[in-house]
Design a protein around this ligand. Structure first.
Ligand code: C2E
Ligand code: MG
Ligand code: MG
Ligand code: MG
Length: 291
């Protein structure tokens, strides 16, 4: 009867909650050592231009837990932020990207985009610590784009403005990630030295689902262009999405339609050596091992 079912539901619910709490505890405990244990790996997802030619890549963290298998960054990044581990992770990511760039110096490297957590902006030494790492390896900030989400705008605007200016003057370009899901308004963005807006995949997914979805994407692209920002579409999976985005002059594209995030060695094979013709990313076979 209903009472029985109610009780069952309650049991399922709390089991799920317990599972979540356990997951958080595991992440919290094990993430500290994940770096030393070489459980982290950086993948690269191509970003292409309107012809499908490789023009950039986003570095994305992967964690292979020895017992629990693959843990998504969507699960462990928030925990890292909460428990003060994000600085370490970002340092590791940047080190790994720098090594990748150095190891592939004979190839033509596109700009590499790195995700930065909003929290890190509160650290007054943040920009300096990035520069120490990059310049210590004789690399230039111009090789990198920093992706920041709109969660950033929950902190003090004048602080953000100062930090953005610092970054820009150092030579980094800056993109707003997951645009449209957060809290930013036109007036915020107007005053910041940005290069690109990344339209969140949720909007891209709605392109094939009626006129409203299209109208929203169109409005975002027009607004970005009016502010002299380039637009990157995230999570492009279908020809229909691609065609519509191109018809609206979207500048750059990222998504499974071209490639999933690739292990570094696989990504490196896409990079032309000096004098070689640039490849169309649409020639890549999709990676089979789902990550
Ligand atoms: P994000 O920065 O918005 O990254 C894009 C996410 O979309 C990635 O998920 C990517 O694998 C996924 N994606 C790309 N194209 C497609 C597509 O066509 N279809 C679908 N379904 N998904 C697509 P991922 O790698 O799981 O990362 C999730 C989030 O974790 C990232 O979202 C980012 O916020 C965070 N993250 C990942 N690596 C790092 C890192 O090194 N540092 C920080 N702070 N955050 C990171
Ligand atoms: Mg990103
Ligand atoms: Mg994103
Ligand atoms: Mg996202």
């Amino acid at each position: 009867d209903a009472k029985e079912r109610g009780r069952d539901n309650c049991v399922i619910y709390s089991a799920e909650m317990e599972h979540q709490v356990n997951t958080q505890l595991i992440i919290q405990n094990d993430l500290r050592d994940a770096i030393e244990r070489h459980e982290l790996e950086l993948y690269y997802q191509p970003i292409v231009d309107e012809h499908g030619i490789l023009s950039g890549a986003e570095a994305l963290l992967r964690w292979r837990h020895p017992q629990y298998g693959f843990i998504s960054p969507a699960d462990f990044i928030p925990v890292a932020e909460r428990f003060g581990l994000i600085d370490n992770l970002t340092r590791w990511v940047l080190k790994d990207v720098c090594e990748f760039v150095q190891q592939n110096a004979e190839r033509e490297l596109p700009k590499i985009s790195i995700n930065i957590s909003a929290r890190q902006f509160n650290d007054p030494k943040f920009v300096e610590s990035l520069l120490v790492q990059i310049k210590g390896r004789q690399l230039t900030p111009r090789a990198f784009e920093l992706e920041l989400t709109e969660h950033l705008f929950l902190t003090d605007l004048s602080l953000i403005k100062a930090r953005f200016t610092e970054l820009q003057q150092a030579g980094f370009t800056i993109a707003i990630d997951d645009f449209g899901t957060g809290y930013s308004s036109l007036s915020y963005l107007q005053h910041l030295p940005l290069s690109r807006l990344k339209i969140d995949a949720a909007f891209v997914r709605n392109i094939g689902k009626g006129e409203k979805g299209k109208t929203l994407v169109k409005a975002i692209i027009e607004m970005a262009h009016a502010m002299k920002l380039d637009v990157v579409a995230e999570g492009v999976e279908t020809e229909e999405q691609h065609t519509y985005l191109k018809s609206q002059q979207c500048d750059w594209f990222q998504g499974y339609m071209w490639s999933k995030p690739l292990p570094a060695a696989e990504f490196a094979r896409l990079l032309p050596r000096a004098g070689e013709v640039r490849q169309l990313v649409s020639n890549i076979k999709p990676v089979q091992n789902e990550l």
